[in-house]
Design a protein around this ligand. Sequence first.
Ligand SMILES: C[S@@+](CC[C@H](N)C(=O)[O-])C[C@H]1O[C@@H](n2cnc3c(N)ncnc32)[C@H](O)[C@@H]1O
Length: 251
Amino acid sequence: MATIQDAVRKKYGAIASSVQKAETTGCCGPSACGCGDPITSNLYSDAEKGALPDAAVAASLGCGNPTALAKLEPGQTVLDLGSGGGIDVLLSAKRVGPTGKVYGVDMTDEMLALARENQRKAGAANVEFLKGTIEAVPLPDNSVDVVISNCVINLSSDKDAVLREVFRVLKPGGRFAVSDVVVRGEVPADIRRSMKLWVGCIGGALEESEYVAKLRAAGFEQIDVEPWRVYDGMYEGRFASAFIRARKPLP
Ligand SMILES: C[S@@+](CC[C@H](N)C(=O)[O-])C[C@H]1O[C@@H](n2cnc3c(N)ncnc32)[C@H](O)[C@@H]1O
């Protein structure tokens, strides 16, 4: 586990530093491309991007827009797992308003520094970026209404621990509304073994039914995995961006 986590931290730390130096961004995908990438391109509307600091948009490394997927209400508490430069935290903060609160958790110091700078530029008072891992979330039980995440759970080498933590921090009836890369069918073993593909969000991706089984084992109900962008021309269309939704049952 330490090896994968160290490699992930190193890769995303370097990307955060390059965004801070206003260099070309990297991307979630296996190549360091930043533009025209099949995973990260065209995820947010012009209106959403226009309302955020440029560096928050430039640091976007997701594979979907979980804030469009999640129904957020004023006053709610939201948690973004692997918040990166903070794009989804800042978008959610506008939706939950001054009576709500949005936490971003990330393990990479450079990303936290970038996110806090973006928060300052956006003037978002209802936001807090916490240092921690998504396998051991630094928040109390039953404290969050909605957990979002954008292309991060695939990077974890202990996805069961992540989903157990999501279940623990959600309030009863709370929602999991996540964008992630999923696999459709079998993944060749050489892809699984490649650290480069793992840190690029591909190697660690779960198969659709595996995702459902893990969510069910963690205690979730109303589980839905909806692939919406298949990466044609990449590993025979085996990989896709998906919206993943689930609910923590009421007592
Ligand atoms: C692909 S980027 C996505 C960032 C952001 N969600 C976005 O959409 O732009 C992955 C982020 O997750 C963080 N991350 C990866 N694995 C993590 C873990 N196990 N615990 C905490 N943060 C993690 C990385 O530091 C990085 O900021």
